[in-house]
Design a protein around this ligand. Sequence first.
Ligand code: ADP
Ligand code: MG
Length: 693
Amino acid sequence: MVENERLRQELRHCEAELQELRAQPAAPCVGCEHSQESTQLRDKLSQLQLEVAENKGMLSELNLEVQQKTDRLAEVELRLKDCLAEKAQEEERLSRRLRDSHETIASLRAQSPPVKYVIKTVEVESSKTKQALSESQARNQHLQEQVAMQRQVLKEMEQQLQSSHQLTVQLRAQIAMYEAELERAHGQMLEEMQSLEEDKNRAIEEAFARAQVEMKAVHENLAGVRTNLLTLQPALRTLTNDYNGLKRQVRGFPMLLQEALRNVKAEIGQAIEEANSNNQELLRKYRRELQLRKKCHNELVRLKGNIRVIARVRPVTKEDGEGPEATNAVSFDPDDDSIIHLLHKGKPVSFELDKVFSPWASQQDVFQEVQALITSCIDGFNVCIFAYGQTGAGKTYTMEGTPENPGINQRALQLLFSEVQEKASDWQYTMTVSAAEIYNEVLRDLLGKDPQEKLEIRLCPDGSGQLYVPGLTEFQVQSVDDINKVFEFGHTNRTTEFTNLNEHSSRSHALLIVTVRGVDCSTGLRTTGKLNLVDLAGSERVGKSGAEGSRLREAQHINKSLSALGDVIAALRSRQGHVPFRNSKLTYLLQDSLSGDSKTLMVVQVSPVEKNTSETLYSLKFAERVRSVELGPSSRRTELGSWSSQEHLEWEPACQTLQSARAHSAPSSGTNSRPGSIRRKLQPSGRSRPVPV
Ligand code: ADP
Ligand code: MG
């Protein structure tokens, strides 16, 4: 209805306008685009009229100028006439004077004989007459001069007259030119005015025609609107019906919504219940899988042996020098990565270990091999990783590495962190780090306030048989950053304490002890695993080369502790009832990490160059012996053939052939032994590597 009313008003308005237009056909139509055009044309016309007025002004100016010039010309002509009259007068006067002069001359000439005579007479008779003669001669001269002057003046006057004639001609030509120009401008102006008049008439006609056409269109529109109006009314009626229907629906909507919400809530509740029971099922499965994984992992480690020995050959470095001493004496088996060949004094010796890393192996490659051991620490196992070998063979490189390429220590802690985080939903873990050093059988805390303080190893007073070190600093670490700070601190302590750290570190054992304590959130089960990372002192036999004093003492201590390590491993291997852990600080400290179901990995570092082959041979023999040892549950321990603790000291330093190596390394008996595959290779009928029980 509103629309209807609006259209009606518009119609009335249009009709009023139409009548107005009819009443004043000449009046400009309001709001019509032609009125704008007509205004433009009118503007243009007034502009043109303005221009015409301007042109007229210009024309009158030109007329004025012409008038002025004509006046000046008349003036000049007047002056010329005056000049001519003056000139005629002058001429008259001059000709008169000329005539007089001629007459005088003629009269004088006519009187000349008596004068001459008189002159003669005067010459003879009178000076008076003489004087009169000279005077008349002078006068005659003067008159002649005057005549010449008058002639000159006359000539000048004639020239002046001529030039004023020329000027007059020029001025006349100019006047004619101006008049022609004036005529042309006038004609042009008339033409322009004519064309403007025509333009104006045409524009007015066009505007009128367009206005008429538009008027017609408006009429047509009006008729269209009228018909629209007629069709809109039924549409409006249906819309009103629709609206009423919708209104009724909206009134019923809250009830519908509540109903739907109730249904959805019930469905969601059911789905959550289902998801919960699914989750419980999954959790149960996950826990079972975890147990299985742990079991498998343990089984794997057990199958691999509780003591594993790997060798890592470092590359030849600049420090090895040049010449025959620095040539490479180590080679590998392309088909078996557990074999290493050494050329010692011209004779080849071969060893089999659990794995041999060539000089091209990266820190990551080595870490990959020890990764499983490290993660077992989270499951509550104690783990020891030793780096063994002569000074300069790469022990510190393997354990600590460089800042750009870190070794096992750093990588192990990073791995432990990420594993612990992964299990954070079920387990709560705390990790602590201690760093200690054993030098000349004295244990020192590298993270303590006083690194000089000697620490003692004691039995726990709780009667558990566990050992502990009173006063050993334990840092709780929560991130890799914390570990870096701990390392930094330990390193600074060591550097400030010892002037030649390199020298000192090769004479001492450095230990990094990581303890991982975990609580299972759901069962409350507690586990404690210890990871001992040991960079051992250099294994070279200094004592034999006649060292003295403190050097000899150092060598004896190192020898003793490494022998003790060998003894302990031998006792463990042979399942002896008594394991001599207390023979050295190192073995005593690591007692609970070496016994029982603990896992041990020995990385034997090897220098590849010729000059070190004796020490290399010695290291590899030690490695092969250690490898033959099995750790196991005490219940399975049986008394078997023992490996003399003296063996470590008594090994032949000189070259040993494969045969003799075999003799040393082959365990005397027992199903737990793992004879090397070299032996198998050399004895074709040999059995395959037995699985430890
Ligand atoms: P150690 O601790 O046994 O005395 P280092 O770890 O100090 O021996 O190694 C001696 C030198 O050899 C160092 O300069 C070290 O960077 C280098 N080195 C050792 N092993 C490697 C290796 N695998 N790759 C590159 N350089 C090595
Ligand atoms: Mg070192």
